[in-house]
Ligand binder design. Sequence first.
Ligand SMILES: [Zn+2]
Length: 332
Amino acid sequence: MAAMGEDLEQLKQRIPLLEYLQRHHWTGHRAGTRSEFVGLCPLHEETHPSFYVNPRKNLFYCYGCGRGGDLIRLVELSQHLSFRQSVTYLLEELAPTSQLLEHTSGFYQLELHRHPEGIHYLAQRGVHDPALIEELGIGYARGGNMRPHLQQLGYSLERLLEVGLIRPQGQDAFCRRVIFPCRQQDRIVNLYGRSIGDAFPHRLLPRSKGGLFAWQSVRQFRNVILVEGLFDLAVLWQSGFRNATCAIGTHLTPTQLAQLGENPDRCVYIAFDQDENQAGQNAAHSLLQMLDKAGLKIRLVGLPAGHDPNSYFLAGASAEDFAHLLEEAPSL
Ligand SMILES: [Zn+2]
């Protein structure tokens, strides 16, 4: 959600006023022996410099038009934006797309509690712990109402189209989907939406899926469990297997592979779908070769036929049952 209070102070520290002005082609020079800078006012037409910037206080004042204030005030005046829109504008400048995705994900998180079908779907998939739902940032996209919310925050339609939140035909990319934000370090790099209806089950925005899911918290573990889907991960975390991570699919990107390889002593337990058509196993086997090349120890978790970790728990398996599968998993 939009930054407020101390976050605003932090924002102003992260974008010093003088730096901001210089980046936006303002030229000033030191005003005599003082620590202030002076130049032409960006807010009104003038030929003699009367716009002063104090970098220590992070404030400006113009003796020509009589206006002054901090960075946010400058953006309000120069870009003709509201206070809230100015904050969004500056956050975008700091971290372009992740900030937009942060706002989107925050909206979907609130929406989850406004539309019972989202919670109902989560329960159906065995995800019911409110603390976990909050921790993973799970939300719900009803479809059709995200755009006015983001436009009110100051995002243009072009920007939403560019990031793929709005499809070229004009409708929301995520409609009747449960949403998981994918983070890399602290930033959201993509959103994953699982359809709760008849639409194609999986959807990501047309951009990198980033690193392994929740890697910041999983990387501390020497042994990790690699799953295909976020619902597999959610039920495993809920059952205490906090060392589970997910590539969102069976294909690992070079970043994800490098993450697993950070610890050369790491053992990776692969717990992919045991599909009857062998697709899961085949994916697992091609992955094995990659991981083996990277020098990692690998163990293949033998789920019952037709199961993935999510359906295994839904069918009544306990944490002990899964722990037993881990113990029994043959190494390769
Ligand atoms: Zn002025």
